[in-house]
Write a protein that binds this ligand. Structure first.
Ligand code: AMP
Ligand code: MG
Length: 354
């Protein structure tokens, strides 16, 4: 299969050329093909949510285990009524946070094939805010089932070049909309009774934002504790070794440490062979050995910046041939919880307390 790649120059101002290509991508999806599109979280690999064969092609293209369900994307929150049993909680969350980086689990209707939900009787619904994504879903004329557009086990793609690397020759079209705004996947929520939600996967719609909206928020134990994941977690995606680069990821818990970040790394690296990479705050780079491959993020927006850089840096560390990658443990509030959820998976749960 040849993969057409089309660059949308300015996603905020779609030209007539952009719209006709996006319309063609919509037609590809409607007719059972696969098209990759940018979203504000990560790139998505889209197929018709009504077509079981297309859904199977998604799993095949990614090498994804078939019990890991896909998120169904809509251009307007109300479109979920066609395929899910919509509740007042969904409507309230939609009004407050959609379009946006949040996914809500709802009971599914029969039109959604089992291939999309991995056999579950629920379906995950998301309405992205990215203008290219919304135009594509509108043009497809069907809800779009889309997991992240990476090969299974690799970090989710936050730039089109990541997608081209992973999926060239495996999909019909890739729409390049530049860098994703957030860089981590959506918050996955399961409504639990009136005004209560369980976070199955943290993202840019944070626990604090939900609490400010009057919700009681339960953070599922699998979010922060790999040993709590078990065989049948609420969110099947949690049980897979996600986001893993080739390099060994070492998480450093620096809370209360008297030693500097650079000194800890130089000490841990003494006597080691091979190159190592570091992802750290810009203020912490001083003193790190010149041999290191160093990625930094800004201090001003802290964990938001770390989220934006994380997946791209994990890929870049592999490209540079790093054997090990050191990452500080993020704060656990706001977007930090989402970063923590991804980095513990990348590190296989190991944290070094300094
Ligand atoms: P990805 O497509 O890579 O962003 O992964 C989708 C995530 O949504 C996975 O972690 C799934 O486990 C989760 N998910 C999708 N559908 C459901 C569902 N019906 N119930 C619970 N979690 C779901
Ligand atoms: Mg994924």
């Amino acid at each position: 299969m040849t993969t057409e790649v089309y660059k949308v120059a300015d996603p905020q101002n779609l030209t007539c050329d952009d719209i006709s290509v996006i319309d063609r991508a919509g037609e590809i999806i409607r007719n059972g093909g696969l098209a990759v599109f940018p979203t504000e979280t990560v790139y998505g690999l889209g197929a018709s949510a009504y077509d079981p064969t297309a859904a199977s092609s998604v799993y095949k293209a990614k090498g994804r285990p078939s019990d890991n369900p896909l998120i169904v994307h809509v251009a307007e929150p109300s479109e979920a009524e066609a395929f899910a049993i919509v509740s007042d909680t969904y409507r309230d969350i939609a009004e407050r946070f959609m379009p946006g980086a949040v996914t809500v689990i709802l009971p599914k209707k029969d039109v959604i094939p089992d291939a999309v939900t991995g056999g579950l009787d629920t379906v995950a619904v998301r309405c992205p805010s990215d203008p290219v994504a919304r135009e594509l879903i509108r043009r497809a004329g069907v809800p779009v089932a889309a997991p992240s557009a990476n090969l299974s086990g690799k970090p989710s793609p936050t730039k089109a070049e990541h997608v081209v690397r992973d999926l060239s020759g495996r999909v019909d079209m890739i729409l390049d909309g530049g860098d994703c705004v957030f860089g981590l996947e959506s918050t996955v929520l399961k409504p639990e009774g009136d005004k209560a939600v369980r976070i199955l996967r943290p993202g840019a719609v944070t626990a604090e934002m939900l609490e400010d909206a009057g919700y009681t928020v339960i953070v599922d134990s699998a979010v922060t504790d790999l040993s709590a994941v078990g065989e049948n977690p609420e969110s099947p995606g949690m049980k897979y070794k996600h986001y893993a680069p080739v390099a060994e990821v070492i998480l450093l818990d620096m809370e209360g440490a008297t030693e500097s970040f650079s000194s800890v790394i130089n000490r841990m690296e003494s006597g080691n062979d091979g190159r190592f990479a570091v992802l750290c705050r810009r203020e912490d780079i001083c003193g790190i050995s010149d041999d290191a491959i160093v990625f930094t993020f800004g201090e001003k927006n802290g964990e938001d910046d770390m989220a934006h850089e994380l997946f791209s840096c994990l890929r870049a560390a592999d490209d540079a041939g790093a054997s090990r990658m050191y990452i500080p443990v993020p704060r656990l509030d706001g977007m930090g919880l989402a970063v923590y959820n991804r980095v513990i998976r990348a590190a296989g749960g190991r944290i070094v307390k300094v």
